[in-house]
Design a binder for this molecule. Structure first.
Ligand code: SF4
Length: 223
């Protein structure tokens, strides 16, 4: 790849479908490549595509919204410093979505929100505990877990117990959305019931959130 260029899969405008900025208009910048292969990955096209090479100015010129979500794949595998600086200097509020295996403190000054998504057992992958702790030391972080089954749920409980005050109010749980709408509704109900029955999660202000884009558009790409 040419130095200073990014491998971009897609740039599109939509409402943010998940997490604490849910419903807010965003421009999404999806970068190519990932170091993991989660079983339930809903963006496999970003892993398999090598993307289109673009310079920072070209990407910034495609941004129409005040909020920008830099996502993947795993965006931090590419040299995103110039992109994040350019977006921040143009007054955009930048969310970086990352899978909790990569950390670069040099990016912090350009990031409005880190959306960190450590992978639980059902994914077939994992995360780096030191990386998670480093993110948890920040205030502008949300930690999103996809919870598919009881084993995943118990893992979340043990993480919340382990990190205590560091994770309070920062954890968002969501079910796997690769299913029909009726099944998704059932999974959301299951997860809400599990959280409300867990004193640890209730006292840590853990939230269950849906993925708005899945309810509206299913698993369609570019929305
Ligand atoms: S980390 Fe994200 S993009 Fe990478 S394989 Fe897992 S779900 Fe897919």
């Amino acid at each position: 790849m040419v130095k200073g260029k990014l491998r971009v899969v897609e740039v599109f405008d939509s409402v943010q479908g998940e997490g604490e900025l849910i419903g807010m208009p965003h421009t999404f910048v999806r970068l190519a490549g990932c170091n993991l292969r989660c079983r339930w990955c809903d963006t496999k096209f970003a892993l398999e595509s090598s993307g289109v090479e673009m310079g920072v100015d070209e990407v910034v010129s495609k941004v129409n919204c005040g909020y920008v979500c830099v996502t993947g794949g795993e965006p931090l595998l590419q040299d995103v410093c110039g992109l994040l600086a350019g977006l921040s200097e143009s007054g955009r509020k930048v969310t970086v979505e990352t899978n909790c295996t990569v950390r670069d403190k040099g990016l912090d000054e350009f990031v409005f929100l880190y959306s960190v998504s450590p992978k639980l057992s059902s994914s077939g992958e994992g995360y780096d505990e030191d990386v998670l702790l480093s993110y948890l030391n920040l205030d502008n972080v949300q930690v999103k877990f996809v919870v598919c089954d009881d084993d995943d749920f118990l893992e979340v409980v043990s993480i919340v117990e382990k990190y205590g005050a560091f994770v309070r109010g920062k954890v968002v749980l969501q079910p796997d959305g690769m299913c029909s709408l009726a099944e998704y509704q059932r999974r959301l109900g299951w997860l809400c019931g599990k959280v409300m029955a867990s004193k640890v999660l209730v006292l840590s202000d853990v939230r269950v959130l849906l993925q708005l884009h899945k309810v509206i558009w299913g698993n369609k790409k570019g929305v």
